[in-house]
Design a protein around this ligand. Structure first.
Ligand SMILES: Cc1ncc(COP(=O)(O)O)c(C=O)c1O
Length: 405
């Protein structure tokens, strides 16, 4: 079959594939524990459901402006004022089919083939593929000091004449690391000085722990004009537990938003009218579900860290936010894909191999599920990997006996 060179360069989304594997195993009746997921298990806010139902019941669900309905733009403007102290105009805002599409369209709007997009590793699985979809070159930057906290000097070293954009995601998927205020200030300043686009992927910005406050990148932007190359991306998926609604947005200079809207208009005509209504409901409705989710996640994080710390040889950095922990399992195998596959085979625990995020030897474990899944999942992993653990394990009434050494 003849397919394009770009298509040939694109891999399957590892995280979506794992969701599929977990679903297939569950359907077969296997007692699978999914620690690879990327979505909260809580219900979507009632205000979102009521808003969407209202439109659905009207029976009039039509095309919308490609950049989003005015009510959603208004809600995004209000959100931006509340969390960023800035009041963009409607022309500075574009709603999208998830933060994913907002980032993709932003990259399509700014990248020429062979230009480079830089981002710190570990990174979200989609950034490299999105760059490749534009015919551009992804340039991950591994932290030289071995931490999950990038340093400007490491990024500076990778910036060259082909570099066009930088993507920052904090708190970070997969590490949970929330970059320091100083780093955010430095990167905003650096991108301004070097005329680079800076995409700030803030999708987890309110899901942070230990009394931390969201960091506002605009505080460090000197250029507040319509020439600014700062693109702030956010959405309802994670904070409102609305992953299936597929609504995100970008806030940027008017010209760029116009160009992005043109692209999006030809791709999808904009996000679904129904789901935009739901997002308006969530953004304007009662906000208690976000804090309640945040508290649950912080508690789950504590339980996961406690369990992992009792796991011989596994090195863990306590996540500052998100619902992921990126743990170093290299003592049990340098090849994270092999390791993750063997955990599925032996104990039906789904994790995501670190290599998908640019770092081998690690596994990403999610703590957005139930506490029971966290505890049982890690116990099963320990049984499968740590030969000092008891030789037998019960999964429900099924007895497993370790027959490998
Ligand atoms: C870092 C990061 N950015 C963006 C997204 C996409 O979010 P959405 O569901 O709004 O497309 C995700 C989802 O996993 C993510 O982890």
């Amino acid at each position: 079959m003849s397919i394009s060179l770009i298509a040939k360069s694109i891999g399957e989304s590892a995280t979506l594939k794992l969701n599929e594997i977990a679903a297939i195993l569950r359907e077969k009746g296997d007692p699978v524990i999914h620690l690879g997921g990327g979505e909260p298990k809580s219900r979507s806010p009632i205000d979102a459901l009521v808003a969407a139902s209202g439109l659905l019941n009207s029976g009039e669900i039509r095309y919308t402006p490609a950049d989003g309905i005015p009510a959603l733009k208004k809600a995004i403007i209000r959100y931006t004022e509340e969390f960023y102290g800035r009041v963009p105009e409607p022309e500075n805002v574009m709603a999208s089919g998830g933060a994913k599409q907002a980032i993709m369209v932003a990259l399509q709007a700014v990248l020429n083939p062979q230009e480079e997009v830089i981002f710190p590793a570990p990174y979200w699985v989609s950034y490299p593929e999105m760059a490749k979809l534009c015919g551009a070159i992804p340039v991950p930057v591994l932290p030289e000091d071995g931490t999950f906290y990038p340093r400007l000097q490491d990024i500076e070293q990778k910036v060259g004449s082909y570099t066009k954009a930088d993507i920052i995601n904090s708190p970070n998927n997969p590490s949970g690391a929330m970059y320091s205020e100083q780093f955010i200030a430095d990167i905003v300043d650096f991108c301004e000085r070097r005329d680079l686009y800076l995409i700030v992927d803030d999708i987890y910005h309110r899901l942070i722990f230990d009394g931390r406050r969201p960091i506002n990148c605009y505080n460090y932007a000197k250029d507040k004009s319509e020439n600014s190359r700062l693109i702030v991306v956010n959405g309802v998926s994670k904070q409102y537990a609305m992953t299936g609604f597929r609504i995100g947005w970008a806030v940027a200079n008017k010209k760029l938003i116009e160009v992005m809207t043109n692209i999006q208009g030809h791709q999808t005509s904009g996000p679904s009218a129904l789901l935009q209504r739901a997002a308006v409901g969530a953004l304007n409705g009662v906000q208690s579900s976000v804090e309640s989710l945040r508290v649950t996640l912080e508690n789950n994080r504590n339980i996961m860290i406690e369990r992992l710390n009792a796991f011989d040889g596994v090195r863990v950095t306590k996540p500052d936010g998100t619902f992921y922990c990126f743990a170093d399992f290299s003592v049990y195998g340098k090849d994270s894909t092999k390791l993750a596959n063997s955990l599925v085979d032996k104990v039906q625990v789904v994790t995501v191999p670190g290599v998908e995020f640019g770092m081998e030897g690690y596994l990403r474990l999610s703590y957005c599920g139930s506490i029971k899944d966290i505890i049982d999942g890690i116990e099963r992993m320990k049984w499968a990997l740590d030969l000092n653990s008891p030789n037998e394990l019960y999964i429900g009434d099924r007895k497993l006996v370790r027959d490998w050494t």
